[in-house]
Design a protein around this ligand. Structure first.
Ligand code: ADP
Ligand code: MG
Length: 384
């Protein structure tokens, strides 16, 4: 699961047909976009998108999140029509579009490098998608005005891109993507070139815009905080495959595997070996002889090497060691985070544990203190 790509494999022959649905389902209940068994190779050897089944719901803000090279842009480019799947089918409201050229898909698009036309004014840039669609001059003026108002750029409509800041250029690109009222807007790291403050501001604006317009947004980023801040759902990509697609709170609270647990949010990781399992739980033996119980997330078997993950706010300081799921640790650092503190604690034969504490506790331990850390079984997630 660690290489950036996988050897090409013959695609399953007996996959159910793309878009095959129960007759009772209406078009409105069907997903807006469906990827069915989509694969992509650029060189005929390695699959950069391995076997993609993905439904995009009408009106949602869906983010494709993953490390560089995980296949996010390739997936978006196949949806936009700039790349063709090697196999599989993409459909829009039940109609196959796999071989439909990009301009006939009629999607709005925003990319990292804006790609505004430098010789056109802001107004001409935003009006361009309308003029190529043959919209009348008077209607065009009205729609451009509305789109520029929406991104608060109406007062700069006569400027050229070179006279705008990065954030302003990005707003114009957004207005240009929205001006023709597409049902689907695709964005690939559109805020990547902006500084942190402006990026966070634009995240809120995008989220608000999505709520107001009710159109479907598909957004690509490698930044987990950006994905969590804006999305209804997030598809976590790694190695050309979706590792988990879920609501943001579910991704954080209930990661489906160790990749998602490590990529989304942070926490403490304990290495061990499964010594017993029962129902949805399992018991893990740590190298120092301590045994802990946790949730058996993805079917770890006795004897298997596993990782146990706990979020920083799910570890409690406890006064006693003689209790289940408790570890003795030594405080290595006390880190001030503004709204809370974190203790970094050394554990025997393990990576450091991170513990989140509220400010204003009277009993904050000091560096060098021995502490007892408790993680309830339900918050200790065991990944094979
Ligand atoms: P991401 O957007 O998640 O960073 P990409 O979809 O851009 O990932 O890339 C996935 C893999 O495909 C990478 O290994 C990348 O090098 C490769 N790749 C992307 N575009 C091309 C291309 N046009 N030709 C050949 N390889 C490509
Ligand atoms: Mg990319």
């Amino acid at each position: 699961m660690t290489s950036a790509s996988a050897p090409i494999a013959p695609h399953a022959a007996q996959r159910p047909e793309a878009g095959a649905r129960q007759p009772s389902l209406t078009v409105l209940e069907a997903p807006l976009v469906r990827f069915a068994g989509v694969q992509k190779t650029y060189d005929g050897v390695t699959l950069v998108v391995r076997d993609l089944d993905l439904d995009i719901r009408r009106g949602e803000f869906l983010t494709l999140l993953g490390p560089s090279g995980s296949g996010k842009t390739t997936t978006l480019m196949m949806l936009a029509g700039f790349e063709t799947p090697t196999s599989g089918e993409i459909s829009l409201a039940g109609t196959p579009i796999t071989r439909t050229p990009p301009h006939k898909r009629n999607f709005g698009m925003v990319f990292q490098n804006y790609a505004l036309f430098p010789h056109m004014t802001v107004e001409q840039n935003v009006g361009y998608p309308l003029s190529v669609r043959g919209v009348s001059r008077s209607q065009c003026r009205e729609k451009v005005q509305r789109a520029l108002d929406m991104v608060q750029m109406a007062n700069l409509s006569a400027r050229h891109p070179a006279q705008l800041s990065g954030g302003q250029q990005q707003r114009v690109a957004l207005a240009r993507a929205l001006v023709f009222e597409p049902q689907l807007v695709l964005m690939d790291e559109p805020l990547g070139a902006l500084d942190k403050q402006l990026r966070e501001h634009m995240q809120l604006e995008l989220k608000e815009l999505h709520r107001r317009l009710g159109v479907t947004f598909v957004y690509v980023t490698h930044d987990q905080s950006e994905a969590l801040a804006m999305s209804d759902r997030v598809a976590v990509f790694n190695d050309g495959m979706i590792q988990q697609i879920d609501r943001v709170d579910r991704l954080y609270e209930a990661p489906a595997n160790r990749f998602v647990a490590g990529f989304v949010g942070d926490g403490t990781t304990l290495e061990g070996v499964v010594v017993g399992s029962s129902g949805t739980g399992c018991i893990v033996g740590l190298p120092n002889g301590v045994r802990v119980s946790g949730v058996n997330v993805n079917g770890a078997q006795p004897g298997e090497r596993v990782l146990c993950g706990v979020r920083p706010e799910r570890i409690e300081l406890t006064g006693v060691l003689n209790q289940a799921n408790t570890f003795e640790a030594t405080v290595a650092d006390v880190i001030y985070f503004g709204d809370h503190l974190r203790l970094r604690c050394n554990l025997p034969q393990q990576q450091d544990a991170m513990v989140k504490l509220p400010l204003g506790r009277h009993d904050i331990p000091a560096i060098g203190d021995t502490v007892f850390l408790y993680a309830a079984e339900e918050y200790l997630r065991v990944y094979r």
